[in-house]
Ligand binder design. Structure first.
Ligand code: NAD
Length: 274
């Protein structure tokens, strides 16, 4: 099997470094061919492998985003919403496939990703861990079974550096629950409570956010009824789980035609797009 060529944008970030480690761990099938960073990054010009702690790879971190995008290359992007949207345009122009893990992308940005996916293959997921993607299915099952008998709350905790809230994963859990219950998440979501809130409306889905220390990512879906409650919890203990999932997605998407995919497709939970 020939090597799948992978580029990592945001290569010196927390996830960027993990991604380069995960690519090296799959070096029988995958090869890092380009790495980029924000032009103001102090890591420009350094070897991407050395920055990631896996030894010299002969790939210098470039400030030129365009250098990463070419046909036959899969670009993995865990950066910032504005950067990801700029990268999306380059990917479309140069016909490169993308794996996008950036969270906090607004509705217009998500629409732009859908539009780009009409001409290139894209895997876009709020969470690349296998356990969380299984959780998306389990919470939908629980919601269907418990239906209107319970109040549903989603609680998430992350490290102090995370810039968006609630997490993309918490929103993904909310979306899975809302769609299982035929509710529109935008209409029923309650993001935090303060002051005299009144009694709880059973149709709502509440979100609570915790930020602190080095928490990699905890998510709980709480189904609270009269006399009992069910909690479904996932705890990530290392970012490596996301990096491994994203590299797995990159190897998978390299063979795909244009379309929008998520981890459900890679894990075999889904066959249709969207
Ligand atoms: P980070 O701040 O450590 O890394 C982001 C990197 O992107 C930085 O090094 C920054 O310099 C770089 N960057 C910014 N603009 C750039 C540009 N224009 N070109 C190239 N590089 C640019 O953040 P992180 O913890 O690695 O997280 C990054 C994103 O990934 C966040 O949105 C986070 O929520 C998301 N994330 C997703 C998953 C998932 O499974 N989907 C898992 C973990 C993190």
């Amino acid at each position: 099997m020939s090597h799948i060529q992978i580029a990592v944008v945001g290569a010196a970030g927390r996830m960027g470094r993990m991604l380069i480690q995960a690519i090296q761990a799959r070096s029988a099938n995958a090869r890092l061919v380009a790495a980029t960073e924000h032009p103001a990054s102090p890591f420009i010009g350094q070897d991407a492998g050395e920055v990631a702690g896996v030894g010299k790879l002969g790939v210098a971190i470039s400030p030129e985003a365009e250098s990463a995008f070419r046909p036959g290359v899969v670009v993995i992007d865990f950066t910032l919403p504005a950067a990801t949207l700029a990268h999306l345009e380059l990917a479309t122009r140069h016909q490169a496939a993308m794996v996008i893990g950036t969270t906090g992308i607004d509705a217009a940005g998500v629409q732009a990703i859908g539009q780009a996916a009409t001409s290139i293959p894209i895997v876009f997921a709020p969470n690349f861990s296998v356990g969380v993607n299984l959780m998306f299915r389990l919470v939908a099952e629980a919601a269907k079974a418990l239906g209107e008998m319970v109040d549903i709350e989603i609680i998430e905790a992350h490290h102090r550096h995370k810039v968006d809230a609630p997490s993309g994963t918490a929103l993904g859990i909310g979306k899975a629950i809302a769609s299982a219950l035929d509710r529109n998440l935008q209409e029923v979501a309650v993001y935090g409570r303060e002051g005299h809130t009144g009694a709880r409306d059973r149709q709502t889905i509440g979100f609570a956010t915790v930020r602190g220390g080095d928490i990699v990512g905890d998510h709980t879906a709480l189904f609270a009824g009269e006399g009992e409650r069910l909690e479904i919890t996932h705890r990530a203990s290392s970012r490596m789980t996301f990096a491994q999932g994203a590299v797995r997605a990159a190897l998978w998407v390299a063979d795909q035609k244009a379309g929008l995919f998520d981890m459900g497709h890679i894990l075999g939970f889904k066959t249709s797009q969207g």
